[in-house]
Design a protein around this ligand. Structure first.
Ligand code: SAM
Length: 399
């Protein structure tokens, strides 16, 4: 890898890629050092070391998802682009280095068509206007493109015409969904969705499994690197026939389904129980298990992961897991969940994290509960930013 850097005309004002001026090999070195700093001592004490970061060959066009806010501009214009770093001022943008190249043009045309049809953009300070945000999700292994338009209301004015024009301008869009968000909040998406065109979801494939993803479901941003991340997680689980795997914080069921599919391909059958708190994601996970021929071996439960563990400890749910895979949000897990892991006493724990600080905090507790680190591998899911993901595997030290 040479010392090539990437440029972007709005790099300074956008602030999305804060490390863009840093050559990619140096970005990777910094992330490696960050993970070493947070996990290195614990790894050494347990007799292992932090492995080499898995970076990208070409860290561009890697985000499957792109979004824009809308705001009123001069002369009835509808403005779109990115929020300038630390503000809600919109900086226009017609292409983005890290996004799927299909996405930005579609978002720009949402603004243009809304302007032509007189659909008023949302005024954040007054809570007035209809068009708040748009989000485009593009398949990595498929040609699916899902456009979600977020409205401050149940309908868009001239909704049918809006859909007709967008479909004509962008035949590559396979689905359009209206998401309703009438709250005064910074959160982009509301809970309610209505399909305006197509199936209302998109399909993608990872590690040979197909996944249907809804507009509000979590799906890893960088699918190329997701395959690297998931393979590390599946390898770390050391699956054997007959094993039961708990996939905690499972989203649309992606890790558990990839694990069950790889076990099946190796002639072994495992069972997976996925736990996730978002109802829509659980529905998707069940459908995904079915679509991959794994409905009999993969079960998905809608629950708070900590509450699920507490139920297991009280004997209200089945225990008997050989492996726990956990992939919590940035805030990490809870002491109660981690105590629940100790109660379940799986032989292995695989901890996937997008925030190594909270992961280090949780690993310290798991080590107190009788687990030792066996491996830790950073994965670069977010090039040109300071963020890094890591996969840590632990084994029970007590037989
Ligand atoms: C980092 S994502 C990982 C999802 C999935 N493993 C993947 O790779 O796509 C974390 C997931 O945990 C879910 N989640 C957050 N807090 C939770 C909780 N307390 N209990 C259960 N699920 C939770 C989120 O909805 C999200 O789907």
């Amino acid at each position: 890898m040479g010392y090539k850097t990437y440029t972007c005309p709005i790099a300074k004002s956008c602030g999305g890629c804060e490390w863009l001026a840093v050559p990619y090999p140096i970005q990777l070195r910094r992330k490696q050092e960050l993970v070493e700093g947070l996990l290195g001592r614990m790894a050494r004490e347990d007799g292992c070391s932090v492995g080499a970061i898995r970076g990208m060959d070409e860290p561009v066009a890697c985000r499957h998802k792109a979004a824009t806010p809308f705001a009123p501009g001069k002369g009835g214009r509808v403005r779109s682009g990115f929020y300038s770093a630390g503000t809600h001022r919109i900086v226009a943008c017609d292409s983005c280095l890290v996004e799927d190249p299909r996405a930005r043009g579609i978002l720009e045309d949402v603004a243009r068509v809304a302007q032509e049809l007189g659909i008023r953009p949302y005024q954040e300070d007054r809570g007035r206007g209809t068009l708040r945000h748009a989000v485009v999700r593009c398949g990595y292994a498929t040609d699916d493109v899902l456009l979600t338009v977020v409205a401050n209301g149940q309908r868009l004015p001239r909704e049918d015409e809006f859909v007709r024009r967008m479909a004509r301008l962008h035949p590559e869009v396979t689905s359009i969904v209206l998401n309703v968000n009438q709250r005064r909040t910074n959160a982009i998406l509301g809970r309610e969705c209505r399909t305006l065109m197509g199936p209302g979801t998109m399909e993608d494939a990872l590690l040979g499994c197909t996944f249907r993803i809804g507009p509000t479901s979590f799906y890893q941003t960088n699918p190329r690197q997701t395959e690297v991340l998931y393979q590390l997680a599946v390898d770390g689980a050391r699956l054997r026939g007959g094993m039961r795997v708990l996939d905690a914080y499972c989203g649309c069921g992606t890790i558990g389904i990839c694990a069950a599919s790889q076990a099946r391909a190796a002639g072994a059958s495992i069972t997976v129980v996925g736990v996730e708190q978002v109802a829509g994601a659980v529905r998707m996970a069940r459908g995904n298990a079915k679509a991959n021929g794994l409905a009999d071996s993969c079960e998905f439960v809608r629950a708070d992961a900590t509450a699920y563990m507490e139920d297991v400890a009280r004997g209200r749910r089945d225990a008997g897991f050989d492996v726990v895979v956990m992939d919590p949000p940035r805030a990490g897990s809870t002491p109660e969940f981690l105590a629940g892991v100790a109660h379940l006493a799986p032989s292995r724990v695989v901890y996937v994290s997008c925030n190594v600080k909270t992961q280090a905090r949780d690993l310290a507790l798991l080590r107190q509960h009788g687990y030792a680190m066996e491996s830790a591998v950073p994965v670069d899911m977010f090039p040109h930013t300071k963020h890094v993901e890591s996969v840590v595997t632990l084994a029970a030290t007590r037989a």
